[in-house]
Design a protein around this ligand. Structure first.
Ligand code: ADP
Ligand code: MG
Length: 311
């Protein structure tokens, strides 16, 4: 039985332009669950991970709106909240979808901590924008309080930026493996996991965001997955993206992928980390990584579409 880690992109839960009502999110998750169910029925041992950008953004907005009546929570706790509620939606949708197909399987979410290095260079240059947009005066106040902020001219406002360190280890790895071995479909490391550092007195959450594709790769290698399937909103990866000579990649070897990456074919905030995750996974012993869209997951596994990365 092949073990597969499936990384769901943000679109699978909340689409651009949607407000993020519970109904909208549940409807999207339901569609994602239909695709995942097909993998389960096809006999794959599925481990799921997912993004949380829009959800954590909304939690941060709620914090800002309700403070000081309700104390605002730090980013690690907001991340944990988002893992809980997205995990719940996925658990319920997958359970229902499988049940309709006459299948019953435990589906479990693990609130996941991901260890990062306190000396990761990312901590000295925050780069990942998160949460609400603020007017200049308010941004200046927040900066005076010690927060790093960056102007987003295109969208007319200032946003908080946080470090995006490399994921080193999935802290709950053994528990996740036991659950997988027991036959459960496990949802783990949502939103890239809750970043924690190891200190002499134990683990401590940090104000940072780990890229969900890189954390998904870490999870995949840590649980000994055969395959890493990254599902996003494009059917495949292209070189010369958006240019007249754009070309879709169907199968790439590790060295080719690394070379294209170095040539700058994959954008830093979007496709870059996915290709890096695919390459890292293969390099660390994974058999194959695939990048494709949610809708084409099954076809891509059959080799009919998507971009396949192998050694
Ligand atoms: P997700 O929410 O799934 O992480 P992202 O928006 O972060 O999605 O990444 C997917 C996007 O990457 C695509 O919608 C596409 O616009 C962009 N992209 C950047 N470079 C490439 C490329 N070389 N080939 C395909 N898509 C690319
Ligand atoms: Mg992304």
């Amino acid at each position: 039985m092949k073990k597969i880690v499936v990384a769901l992109g943000g679109n699978a839960i909340l689409q651009a332009g949607q407000k993020g009502t519970a109904e909208e999110q549940l409807a999207n998750v339901r569609l994602a669950a239909e695709q995942i169910a097909q993998l389960v029925i096809a006999g794959y041992q599925v481990v799921l991970t997912h993004g949380n950008g829009p959800q954590v953004g909304n939690i941060l907005l709620q914090n800002a709106a309700a403070s000081p009546a309700v104390p605002a929570m730090p980013l690690d706790i907001c991340g944990a909240e988002s893992q809980g509620f997205i995990g719940y939606m996925l658990q319920q949708s997958l359970t229902n979808t499988l049940w309709e197909r006459g299948m019953s399987k435990p589906v479990v979410t693990v609130v996941t901590q991901v260890v990062v290095d306190a000396n990761d260079p990312a901590f000295s240059k925050p780069a990942k924008p998160i949460g609400p947009f603020y007017p200049k005066e308010e941004a200046e106040k927040l900066m005076a309080e010690g927060l790093a902020m960056q102007e987003d001219r295109a969208r007319g406002g200032w946003r908080r930026i946080v470090p995006s360190p490399q994921p080193l280890r999935i802290w709950e790895r053994e528990a996740i493996i036991s659950l997988i071995d027991s036959g459960a479909i496990v949802i783990a490391s949502g939103g890239g996991g809750i970043p924690v550092v190891e200190t002499p007195t134990g683990l401590r959450g940090v104000e940072a965001v780990i890229d969900k594709d890189l954390a998904g790769q870490r999870l995949a290698n840590d649980v000994g997955a055969d395959l890493l399937l990254i599902l996003t909103d494009v059917e495949a990866v292209a070189v010369n993206w958006g240019q007249p000579n754009q070309r879709w990649l169907s199968a790439v070897r590790l060295d080719e992928a690394r070379a294209y990456q170095a040539e700058g074919h994959f954008l830093a905030g979007s496709m870059g980390p996915k290709v890096a995750a695919a390459c890292n996974f293969i390099e660390a012993g994974g058999e194959m990584a695939i990048i494709t869209s949610l809708q084409t997951a099954t076809e891509a596994l059959a080799g009919k579409t998507g971009t396949r990365f192998t050694r």
